[in-house]
Ligand binder design. Structure first.
Ligand SMILES: *Cc1c(COP(=O)(O)O)cnc(C)c1O
Length: 389
């Protein structure tokens, strides 16, 4: 159906297409508990899908911090940050994040999607160039398109291709943007090389470390932990993954952040997140910074999963973070695996094209510090059975 035909007919056609391709998605309710149980309408599952890598969404001290702040200050922020909605709890969180990451300033956003839109659109204009890894998160691609800059993508982690695009845009306003840890493959961007290339060609480097912060690097400072703000001027992180809360931020030198305070429209024109969420996030950050044993427990769980899966003959890629893709190949086969796992009591989603390239449909196993060894053993045992048939 032509893309400009009347909307109602187009909706019906699009729906039919999705149903026929088995790609219709549904929103289902689920209750989540501290021991990784997930209660759904279809029964109880062990959750191997969430990004709550350290279990902090269920952590006692974090919950108490949120409740205490709500009792004292109420729930909503009441306004945007620039119009009286910026609570001292927000500022405290900004200061803590900046201190932890060794950056001068931090700007908060209501979500990672907004942070990426705000940052890229707040900096780039028509005629600039935004160079991105092809497997970057959708919000980064959307941001570049909305900014009006020239979006130039390079094949996944292909440094020679990235360099060609940087060379073509030398002398223009250019920015190279990459995920720190890629969300569907779990692999890490070659940041040292990208820092070097951006320095040589005068491009600004922005890293979206949604999946690295709290998980890797000294004190959980993520995949960019070893780089200073001169090498890595724009560091974006989300608070809904390892932090277990919601929201996001961008950290950098004062002149970058002050510019974004004026120009990032999702910051300027959106209500500040609830102050109790900021209080909970500060409590989560204190745990991330001061309790390395949680990261160790996560690493132990990842290593245990990899060891058992390898023994069961399941092929894994050489990635060592909490995202452990099991590539099945065929999309409908991946769906069959996921539904057999669900029947056995495990929630592991199948990720299909177009989210991942054709022929690389997969199960995306996500591990957490909150999983118990028997939960991991049971999952791999089931995976092994399915794999053997
Ligand atoms: C999840 C994610 C986002 C979006 O963050 P939200 O806070 O969920 O909006 C952005 N970038 C990457 C790489 C992500 O994984």
């Amino acid at each position: 159906m032509p893309s400009n035909s009347p909307l109602p007919g187009r909706l019906a056609a699009a729906r039919l297409e999705r149903v026929n391709a088995g790609l219709l998605r549904r929103v289902k309710t689920a209750r989540r508990f501290a021991d990784r149980r997930l209660q759904t309408a279809d029964g109880e599952l062990i959750d191997f899908a969430s990004n709550d890598y350290l279990g902090l969404s269920q952590e006692r001290a974090v919950v108490e911090a949120m409740v205490a702040a709500a009792r004292e200050f109420g729930t909503g922020a009441g306004a945007a940050h620039l119009l009286g909605g910026h609570h001292p709890l927000h500022q405290h969180l900004c200061d803590q994040l900046a201190d932890w990451l060794g950056r001068e300033k931090v700007l908060l956003f209501a979500s990672g999607y907004m942070a990426n839109l705000g940052t890229i659109c707040g900096l780039l204009v028509r005629g600039d160039v935004c160079i991105q890894d092809k497997l970057n998160h959708a919000s980064l691609m959307d941001a570049a398109r909305l900014s009006g800059a020239d979006l130039k993508r390079y094949p996944h982690v292909d440094l020679a291709a990235a360099e060609r695009r940087l060379a073509q845009s030398e002398g223009k306003g250019s920015m190279l943007v990459t995920d720190g840890v890629f969300s569907m493959d779990g692999d890490v961007a070659p940041l040292a090389e990208l820092v070097d290339l951006c320095g040589r060609y005068g491009a600004v480097l922005m890293v979206d470390d949604a999946h690295g912060l709290g998980v890797c690097g000294d004190q959980g400072r993520g995949s960019g932990a070893d780089f200073c703000s001169q090498q890595l001027p724009l560091l974006m992180g989300t608070l809904g993954k390892a932090f277990g809360q919601s929201g996001a931020f961008v950290a950098g030198d004062a002149h970058w952040i002050e510019h974004l305070t004026q120009s990032a429209r999702p910051f300027v024109y959106s209500t500040a997140p609830p102050p109790p969420v900021a209080a909970a996030t500060s409590a989560a950050l204190a745990i991330i910074r001061d309790e390395p044993q949680r990261r160790q427990r996560l690493q132990d769980n990842i290593a245990y999963f990899r060891q058992l899966a390898t023994q069961a003959g399941i092929e894994l890629s050489a990635v060592f973070g909490p995202i452990q893709p099991v590539v099945v190949g065929d999309a409908s086969e991946a769906v069959t695996w996921a539904s057999r796992l669900a029947d056995a009591g495990f929630y592991v989603p199948a990720i299909r094209p177009p989210t991942v390239p054709l022929g690389s449909a997969r199960l995306r196993v996500t591990l957490s510090a909150a999983h118990s060894p028997p939960q991991i053993e049971a999952l791999v045992s089931e995976l092994g059975t399915i794999h053997a048939h």
